[in-house]
Design a protein around this ligand. Structure first.
Ligand SMILES: Nc1ncnc2c1ncn2[C@@H]1O[C@H](COP(=O)(O)OP(=O)(O)OP(=O)(O)O)[C@@H](O)[C@H]1O
Length: 250
């Protein structure tokens, strides 16, 4: 027992002879920002999908908050406090920013809200929704229609929707994907603001962002974790340097 908040042991997923995750061991400690990096096809998305419960593992165990959740379905993991940042495809573009977040709160709370009332009229929904929007620097956009926002703001909104459910662990799947320099910098600031308050597992290709933000980094190559450590340790790890042909993590 490591006493980690999220404990992954021997996790395995095979796709037609390819081990997408190959006996992965991973510990995420409470309050840390733990990043997963690795070349294309290394298994990062498969790993996060196994943690959120969308992809069932072929072997191994996942424990969260001391409880075995290996076979727990995604919606129950979310109720236990394990949230994956929503994807853009789940945004309601013709609704306001606030309504989108309120819907996420409502969906998470299930029966405790009266579903036939419009989400905007429930103060029990708008309180947590506004708090989440403030955390991602979108409070002043609350009443704008989601369609009117930029790509970067849509990604901020996705994070607000996950935060509004007050998760204990936030799974972030490439939050900087498709962003320009300025948008990425804004996202880095937002994640920096959440550091310490939220435990986060971050998958990201933007190495500058990862090395700036992460408390610890795990490196996945061909489905295997080849190293875990502080940014400094990862930077100096010979196997990691070789996996990245020496330069990208320098
Ligand atoms: N649903 C699937 N069916 C078959 N093979 C899959 C499936 N999902 C992933 N794979 C394979 O598993 C391996 C790991 O893929 P995965 O998408 O998890 O990697 P990744 O590290 O997220 O890649 P990227 O950085 O490009 O997003 C790849 O070889 C991929 O082709």
């Amino acid at each position: 027992m490591s006493g980690a908040f999220l404990e992954v042991r021997d996790l395995y997923k095979n796709y037609g002879g390819i081990a997408a995750t190959d006996h992965v061991d991973l510990d995420v400690r409470e309050s840390e920002l733990h990043a997963i990096i690795g070349p294309n096809g290394a298994g990062k998305t498969t790993l996060i999908s196994q943690l959120s419960g969308e992809v069932p593992p072929d072997g191994g165990r996942v424990r969260f908050g001391g409880r075995d959740i290996t076979t727990t379905p995604a919606y129950k993991r979310s109720l236990l406090g394990l949230a994956r940042s929503f994807q853009i495809t789940s945004l309601m573009l013709d609704m306001t920013v606030l309504e989108n977040v309120a819907l996420a709160v409502q969906a998470h709370a299930g029966h405790s809200f009266r579903f036939w009332r419009p989400a905007r009229s429930e103060t029990g929904l708008t309180g947590p929704a506004m708090e989440a929007l403030a955390a991602v620097d979108l409070a002043d956009r609350a009443h704008d229609v989601a369609r009117a926002m930029s790509h970067g703001e849509h990604r901020q909104l996705e994070i607000a929707m996950a935060l509004a459910t007050r998760p204990k662990l936030l799974l972030l799947d490439e939050p900087m994907a498709g962003m320009g320099v300025e948008e990425s910098q804004r996202m880095v600031e937002i994640l920096r603001g959440l550091k310490g308050e939220k435990t986060m597992l971050l998958i990201e290709h933007d190495m500058d962002a990862v090395f700036t933000l992460a408390d610890r980094i795990s490196v996945l190559v061909y489905g295997r974790v080849i190293a875990t450590g502080t940014p400094e340790e990862i930077r100096n790890d010979e196997a990691v340097r070789q996996a990245y042909l020496g330069d990208e993590v320098a």
